[in-house]
Structures are given as structure tokens and as C-alpha cells.
Design a protein. Sequence first.
Length: 600
Amino acid sequence: MSSYHAPTKEFKFLLETLAPLKDLAALPHFAEATPDTVFAIIDESAKFANEVLDPLNWSGDQEGAKHNPADCSVSTPKGFKAAYDAYCAMGGAALPMPEEFGGLGMPRSLITLTDEMVHSSNMSFGLLPMLTQGAIEALLLAGSDELKATYLEKMVSGEWTGTMNLTEPQAGSDLALVKTRAEPQPDGTFKIFGTKIFITFGEHDFTDNIIHLVLARLPDAPEGVKGISLFIVPKFLVNKDGSLGARNDAKCVSIEHKLGIHGSPTCVMQFGDDGGATGYVVGEVNRGLEYMFVMMNLARFGVGLQGIGIAERAYQRAVAFARERVQSRDVGAPKNPSVPIIRHPDVRRMLLRMRSQIEAARALAVATGYAFDLAEAHPDADVRKANKAFVDLMIPVHKGWATEMAQDVTYQGIQVHGGMGFVEETGAAQHYRDARITTIYEGTTAIQANDLVGRKMAREGGVSARALIGTLRAFNAELAKSDNAHLQVAANKLARGVDAMERAVDFNLAHFNQNVRACFAGSVPMVKLFGIVCGGWQLARAAAEAHRRLVAGDADRDFLEAKIATLRYFVDTMIPEAVAAAEVIVDGSEGTLALAEAAF
């Protein structure tokens, strides 16, 4: 079974090109994020992922988390707690957090890559810090000074962790159906009663306290999503001096038996069985969903990184197997001995399909992370606004496309292994199982797609989408001037993708108000279309820089030439899928909606 090796050369290249660190470090907000500091963090994070988390991935999957009904506790797999302690000690939990609360204030473009390493090496482990980051962001946005003082420093350090409690048995993605109730108390607190399901790390043995963020309704709340409030419900109440007090009335009554991510406990949480769990309102009442969307946006970005991370791991395993597995003679050489299967054209096709999609999705994620940083810290208000609009547009694209890409890549990983991929011992099957949840939680692909065509496109009249199309056209015009034949071909084929994108956007805007069902029938293809074209754009940006360095005499020719070759494969084979997606968007709705419901 192969080991994970973080692709640090790739990461550093992206941080020099698509998210230029020198420009970020020039902003006062990120003055500490110098290239030397950031590259040291990359190296240390890679060492931790390679040497600590990766060895626990297979054993954690086989052992799984275990629920102890006698005391409602949860035991995580052997080695996980020690790994978490080491993760916090190296500052992993604090990397992206504000210095005011003990964080290191590193840029999102860096965190995009450190988080990917965690998810590649051990996706089950990576869920806990990902959700804690989201909980911290919600508190930073809407928490009172008292709540921030009580919880943030210990959450930032990793001493305490956070969860997100949305889903209920009758309310999956439809949060208007939330029934968990919050009863006001004379002292200004609330008693929380209800059941939440699918709560990741709702109970575990890593830390002394777990800070649950819970959606609930007040007795006089309006119906629907406008009547939801957000509450902090800690596992243990916190005394005024910061020490832990009494156990709160919040318990994990069971954990799910899942297809994958076995090392991560997915809990059924029960609040209020013994008189009510004490909760503290976050921000204003009835605005809970608005605040929770802060968590959800970061979680959606994080889940997209999970897709990239698990795909990278599946690719590395497939390449290692293809180099070692000797099977059949080389095509065109029937008298020669059998060769490693990496020599066979179809295996090369599968490996390149895996590699090119991963690199494109990663490049788009880093570019989006960089836009996060500029939206937060650039001194020019117009620059901040433009970058925020780009982030908002890309979140559903990144989450939807990167996770669907992971399904394809982990599938291909099994196929490269052949029959050995179908047995658990090679490890290829675990990646396929683990990846499967990523298109479901934090909003299914269809929910991301509906967000893209509705909120992010139709609601604003396509302003951001058309601005993006203009940017892509300008980039292609410059790329077409290259003296490199592969880049010229890429410019031509990306232009076809942009044409397809414009056609699909125009269709959506023209029909959304008159025939919204037709638009939603093509919403998932829209995510694929945007993902492929925007991923190809970022891949081309990286390849153009690789060519510039080659012309300048950079000695690392193999790495740089591979960037250009990977782009060529991507535009030759993936852009046609984007063009086909536009065909489905524009002409496929009638077929999708033609069959009578009773005929299914």
C-alpha cells in the first residue's frame, strides 16, 4: 500500500503564481505571510500529513469510531487523539484565525493548501478542524463580546472544538422544517430541546469541551427560515473564571454506520432530555440562518478541498500501482516482455484524466482563496467588492465541481487497479467510499447548482457571471499570442468553453423568470460547465507561467513541461465535456421534464 506525499513543489508554485505571496505580504493585514514563513508552514504541514496523519488513515478506517451507550461518550480510533494534540501544538488549528484571539492570521490561499494536505492524508481527521473553523467564523461575525471572550481563544487554539447542528430527522436540507425549540429563561439564557442528526464530531475524546452551534426556534418565531435563531450550546457550561462547570443537557445518543469516513463520528445529538440544554443566543434572534451561512460557506469551501484532497490521494495510489503492476506486452511490441501498466495508452488516459482534473480544481481553489484574501484585506474598496463577488460566484462551483470530480477520480483510481482495486487491502476502495459523501453534505451538488443559477446568477442579473466571461475572454486573447503551440491550442479550446458558458448564462437569464424549472433542470450541468472552464483558465494561467520560466532558463524543466502537457490534455478532453454541458442546459430541459411523474 503506497504512502501519501504532499505535492509541496506544486503548492509553492501556485503560491508564487496564482496567489502571489509577495503581493499579499505587502498588505498590512498579511504582513507576516512572507514567502519564507509560508513555505516553512507548507513544509511543516506536509511533514505532519505524511508522517502523522497518513499512517492513521487506513487503521482509522478499519477501526472506526465507537459509541459507548453507558455514558454517551465516543471513542475515536487509536492514535487520533495524539495526532490532534500534535496538530494543535504545531499551530494547525490557529493558522487562519485572528491574532486577537491567539491565531496566526495566515491567508486563506495558504490555508487552502494546508487543509488539502490534511484531507488527503486523513479525511476523517480533517473534518474536525474544518468545522471548528466555521464555528469560529460565525462567532466572530455575530457573537457578543462576552461569548467571544468565553469561547474564542480556546477554540482558536484547538483546546475546544466546534460543531454545526442544522439537520433534523424531518429536516434535511430544508431548514424551514426545523423543530428544535429554544425557550427563553429569566436570566437571559435559553433552554434548548430537540434532536439533531448527522452531526460531525458531535462527541469525541479529543478535547474537554465541545461547542455546539445549534439552530432552533423561539416560541413566537415566524414560520419558515425567517424564524430560526442560532445558539451556542456547550457540552460543559463555562464558569466566569473560564473553568468548566456542570455537564450540559446535550448528549450523543448514537453514531451512524457509514459507507466511508469511518474514523469520524457522525452523531445523533439529543438536547434537553433532562430539563433542557442551556444555550446562549448568537447575534439577534430569528437571524440564525444568516449567521449559519457563514459557517456553511466556509464548510462548503472546505468540502471542495476534501474532494481535491481525496482525489490527489487516489491519484498517487493509482500512479504507484501502475508503475509496479506488470501486465501484458506493450502495444505494438508483441514479442517483448510484459510491461508496467503505466505503459498502456488507456491507463495513461485514466491517470491523465485524474491528474488534470485535480490540478485544475486545485488551481481554481487557490485562486478563490486568494480572492478571499483580497476581499478581506485589500485597501481599495472596489477591489474588495470585486473579489467578494468572485468568491460568492465560485463557492458553489468549487464545492459542486471539485466533489463531483472526486467521484470520477476515485472511480478511475479503482479502475487503474483493476480487480485489486475492488478489494479493500489495496486502499483504493477507501478513497472511493470516503469521497462519496462530499457531493452530499454541506449541500448536495443540486443545492450548489440551484444556488449558482438562482442566487448567484439570476438574482443579480448575471452581473458577476458576465464579468467573469469578460475576464476569461481577455485572458484567452493574451494566451493566444503565446509562441508555445500547446498554449495556442489551449487558448483556442478555452475560447470554445467560454462561448459555451456565455450561451448557458444567456439561456438561464432569459428563462429564469418564465420557466424556472427548465433552468433548474440544467443547473448541475451548469456547475460542471463553470468548473471545467474556470478550472481550465487557472490551469492555463499556471502553464503560461511555466512556459515563461522555461524560456527564462529555469532548470526544473520536467516539472514545468508537465504543467503545459497537463493543460493540453485537459483542454483536449475536458473542454468538449463543458461544451456538451451547455447543450444539455439549453436543449435538455424538455426531455428532463417530459416523463409524467406517475410513470417513474
